[in-house]
Each structure stands twice: as structure tokens, then as C-alpha cells.
Ligand binder design. Structure first.
Ligand SMILES: NC(=O)c1ccc[n+]([C@@H]2O[C@H](COP(=O)([O-])OP(=O)(O)OC[C@H]3O[C@@H](n4cnc5c(N)ncnc54)[C@H](OP(=O)(O)O)[C@@H]3O)[C@@H](O)[C@H]2O)c1
Length: 322
């Protein structure tokens, strides 16, 4: 098969488009022909400096396509079914193998390209807000990087749960596009101190739940606008700060909670998160949640696609099409 591979981590120009060995389908696994790759925020970070599981390395968490083969023990999928898949690597390719528990059948009416964008952003957003953030109707949620894949999912989920939704982004144009998805108050953090803005918008109380994918100094400042009994969920380092320390000394007197989150562990250790994502796919089929796709590139243009994302122009997901 053809794949977008690299031999060392670095900038988008590390990608090579090469012929590599086809993956094989073992017991409990599913082989798909990839039709759409959703480039996840973690894919760009892994390409920049993540672990190499081998060389050449095929990066990528999430893609969707048609089942070609199933391994022993998989009796509820057949060749020809459409599925979306998640794995630690291997999405930037023409073929992909994952375990059955990391596959979801795509409901009728959901285009394969849209399904390709669902499990990681929607699963992460849902768990950060509710399972770990315990967001309730009537509370205020602050969602960092609102125009990101996870951010766009989180804004919709928080709004439909009856929360007041605040989000940060790097321009007024990005924030304006989030209003139709449920954003109540946008904060352009390049022009305004988001800590001050959150305090002003909440009459000094702070946000009840903060969903922080940026990390580093942003996470420190999130703790400075967290409400009494507030919950801050940290799940990413999109800000790309290489080292940072966190001062948590203000949290105790405010009865606040700081939680780390990793979707992969929830999918690996039980069935709850798998069922949650199946619900998101059904909600998309029914028009209750929306997927935002920004642009499509050919798989051989993986470097250009990653560079476009890192230029901070993407609103929602960028796809690779093999
Ligand atoms: N723990 C988990 O299970 C889990 C699951 C999913 C994602 N993640 C992590 O969450 C983060 C976001 O993922 P995503 O898929 O939502 O990302 P994405 O769609 O690629 O968006 C990332 C956003 O981060 C913002 N950003 C802030 N500082 C940035 C910087 N220095 N460089 C680039 N972008 C920057 C940008 O928005 P503005 O320009 O508007 O600021 C950008 O839109 C990543 O770190 C990813 O690894 C973790």
C-alpha cells in the first residue's frame, strides 16, 4: 500500500509518500480500505516530536473506510461494511488495521468523511465535560481552542446540556463562526486576557468547568479563572510549550479539582466510552450534532495538510483522501 510516512520527527516536510507493506488482520482485528483520514491535533504533535513505533513510521489516530477483512472472533462486521476506526498510529495510509473495540459501524445517512471526524473529538469532549468535568445545566463551561476539533464538539455538547458556553480562539472571525454551534461568549485571547474576560462574564465567579487542550502557561491561567468547586480538565498540549510547572496552591481553599484525561485509556479499559461514541454517530445521523470539515488534501499531500493546520487557519477538521 501507499502511505505518508516519516523516518524522523520534525516539521511537516518530514513526510514521504512511499510504498510500504500491507498491514495484516489478526484475531479480533479489522482491516479497512481507508477512504478519509481525519488529521487529529495529536497527529501534528506526534509528527513534531512523538515516539516512533518503527521506521518508516505511519502517524495517525483516526480514519474511516470500507471493511476488507475481519480476523477470527469478529462476527458482527463483514467486508463491505463502513466503519470509523481509532488507533495509536497508522491512519495516514491506504489500509489500516485496528482492534474491533476501536471500530464503529457508520450509521446510514452519515457520509464516511464525516464519520472519520467523530470518535476522538466527540468522545474526548463528552468525557471532559461530563464524565470527568461533571458539568450540570445552568453552569458555565470555558472551552479553550473553541475552533479546534475537540472545541467544536465540546461547544455543541455543552450547549445542549444547558450550560453557558465560553470559548477562546485566536481571532474574532473564528469566534464568530462558533456562534451557530452554540457559543454564548467568545474570547479572542490574542486581544484580551482570558482570565479577566471569564471573570467579567461570570460576575467574578469564574467558570465551573474548564476544558483545556492547550496546556503549559494556558493551564496555569485556567486555574486562575476557575470557580469555587470548579473542575478543570487537562487533556492536551496544543500550545507546544516544551516544559512548564504548575502552581496548584490556590486550589485547596477553593475546593477545586484538576483532572487529567486520555480517551485511549477509557476505550481500552471498558465498553462505556465505545457506547458513548456510537451515540455521537447516531446523533450526527439524526442532525443533533454537526461535524465541521475545513479542507481536503490528497494523502500524498500530508505535509501540506499538516502545514496548513499548523498555520492556524483550519476551522474544524482537515482530511486526507487516499
Ligand atoms: N487526551 C486525549 O484523549 C486527547 C484527545 C483528543 C485531543 N487531545 C489533544 O488535544 C489537543 C487539541 O486536539 P484537537 O484535535 O482539538 O486539535 P486541532 O483541531 O488541531 O486544533 C488545535 C487548536 O489549538 C489552538 N492552538 C493554541 N496554541 C497553538 C499552537 N501553539 N499551535 C497550534 N495550535 C494552537 C489552535 O486554535 P487557535 O488558533 O484558535 O488558538 C488550534 O485550532 C492536542 O494537544 C491533542 O493531542 C487529547
Amino acid at each position: 500500500m501507499k502511505a505518508a510516512v516519516y523516518y524522523e520527527t520534525g516539521g511537516p516536510d518530514v513526510f514521504r509518500y512511499e510504498e510500504v507493506a500491507d498491514p495484516t488482520c489478526g484475531p479480533g482485528e479489522v482491516l479497512i480500505r481507508v477512504e478519509a483520514v481525519s488529521i487529529e491535533g495529536g497527529d501534528t504533535l506526534n509528527r513534531l516530536g512523538g515516539d516512533l513505533t518503527g521506521v518508516p513510521h505511519i502517524v495517525g489516530y483516526q480514519c474511516a473506510g470500507e471493511v476488507l477483512d475481519v480476523g477470527h472472533g469478529v462476527d458482527d462486521l463483514v467486508p463491505g461494511d463502513r466503519v470509523v476506526t481509532v488507533g495509536l498510529d497508522g491512519s495516514h495510509a491506504e489500509l489500516r488495521v485496528t482492534g474491533r473495540s476501536f471500530c464503529w459501524p457508520i450509521p446510514d445517512g452519515v457520509p464516511t468523511e464525516q464519520a472519520a471526524c467523530v470518535p476522538v473529538p466527540f468522545g474526548t469532549a463528552d468525557d471532559c465535560l461530563f464524565e470527568f468535568g461533571r458539568l450540570q445545566a445552568g453552569e458555565t463551561a470555558l472551552i479553550h481552542a473553541g475552533a479546534s476539533g475537540v472545541g467544536i464538539a465540546a461547544i455543541q455538547l455543552a450547549k445542549r446540556a444547558g450550560a453557558t458556553v465560553l470559548a477562546t480562539a485566536s481571532s474574532p472571525e473564528r469566534l464568530a463562526r462558533l456562534e451557530s454551534l452554540g457559543l454564548d461568549h467568545g474570547i479572542d485571547y490574542t486581544a484580551t486576557d482570558f482570565v479577566e474576560a471569564v471573570r467579567t462574564l461570570t460576575d467574578g465567579r469564574g467558570a465551573d468547568v474548564i476544558v483545556d487542550s492547550v496546556g503549559g502557561s494556558n493551564l496555569q491561567r485556567s486555574l486562575h479563572c476557575l470557580a469555587y468547586r470548579g473542575r478543570c480538565v487537562t487533556f492536551g498540549d496544543a500550545g507546544r510549550e516544551t516544559s512548564s510547572t504548575l502552581d496548584i496552591s490556590t486550589m485547596r481553599s477553593q475546593n477545586q479539582t484538576l483532572v487529567g484525561y486520555f480517551l485511549g485509556a477509557e476505550l481500552f479499559l471498558g465498553t462505556r466510552a465505545h457506547a458513548m461514541v456510537a451515540g455521537h454517530l447516531n446523533d450526527i445521523a439524526a442532525g443533533r450534532l454537526a461535524v465541521v470539515i475545513d479542507r481536503r488534501f490528497a494523502l500524498e499531500e500530508a505535509g501540506e495538510a499538516h502545514a496548513y493546520i499548523e498555520s492556524r487557519q483550519a476551522f474544524g477538521r482537515v482530511l486526507l483522501i487516499p
